[in-house]
Design a protein around this ligand. Structure first.
Ligand SMILES: O=C(O)CCC(=O)C(=O)O
Length: 261
């Protein structure tokens, strides 16, 4: 069985900068992953008490080994907002990001057979979880990546996402405009968010998607997500790939995947 992209899907990705595949993982596969994630969260939050804590604006981070934990704001501050990377924290998570249902399409997007891990993270987006501002990923990675053009992302939906549960959204076609100007509003994180004047909101697409769906998106596409105003969690794992034998973002270890792994 191959999960390769059709010609229409490849064209869609190259013109729009994203591609949605629904019902790739079953509800029971997603439930099993979510159970593992709950354990991983509890154990790393505990272990990271010995990590290095710092704040960026009102966000609390802890670096623990090669992992970065971003804590949810109070009163949920015993919980995570984002955890990166995750593939080394449980074999089930490694198997998920090493699954051919993801690797085959990514091979087509990068144009090579051998793949390795660039990075991956879980966004926990609890009820009330804040919006994620419009940004491109490429500016975060520009100083570390060997080939910035070959870092496709895949978002694995781990909960059903409806209009009020923190939809992922993109500016369709924005990946074709290169690195866009950043906000210059004097904030500490201004360099990482796209300047509002460079965003064509008419091209905005929001994704309601069922758990188990995959959304592939380009490292240059402007994207973000809305606030989770629902009473439910909106977990997602975003994995980013690169050609085999390249060092990964945080630990610099080479983590080859598929048959080259
Ligand atoms: O999961 C989300 O809400 C958005 C995440 C995102 O944009 C990112 O991690 O780059």
């Amino acid at each position: 069985m191959t999960w390769a992209l059709t010609t229409a899907e490849k064209t869609s990705y190259s013109t729009r900068g994203y591609l949605l595949r629904e019902s790739v993982f079953s509800q029971s596969q997603v439930a099993a992953v979510n159970e593992v994630i709950d354990h991983v969260e509890t154990s790393i939050v505990n272990a990271a008490k010995s990590g290095r804590e710092y704040w960026i604006e009102d966000r609390r981070f802890i670096d623990y080994g090669a992992h970065t934990l971003q804590l949810a704001p109070a009163p949920m501050d015993a919980h995570l907002r984002v955890l990166e990377p995750v593939h080394s924290l449980a074999h089930e998570l490694f198997e998920l990001i090493n699954d051919d249902r993801i690797l085959d399409p990514v091979r087509d997007l990068i144009g090579c057979e051998g793949l390795s891990v660039w990075t991956n993270k879980i966004n926990f987006k609890r009820p009330g979880g804040s919006a994620f501002g419009w940004h491109q990923d490429a500016p975060y990675w520009i100083h570390d990546a060997i080939d910035l053009q070959k870092l496709p992302n895949v978002m694995i939906a781990l909960d059903d996402v409806g209009p009020d549960s923190g939809c992922f959204r993109v500016i369709s076609g924005s990946h074709r405009r290169g690195i866009l100007p950043a906000r210059n509003d004097g904030s500490q994180l201004e360099g990482f968010f796209t300047h509002p004047d460079a965003i064509d909101l008419k091209q905005s697409i929001e994704f309601s998607m069922p758990a188990g769906a995959l959304l592939f998106f380009d490292p240059l596409i402007v994207h973000g997500s809305t606030q989770n105003t629902s009473p439910l969690r909106r977990r997602a794992l975003i994995a980013t790939y690169q050609p085999a034998h390249y060092p990964s973002l945080k630990s610099k270890a080479v983590v080859n995947l598929g048959s080259s792994g």
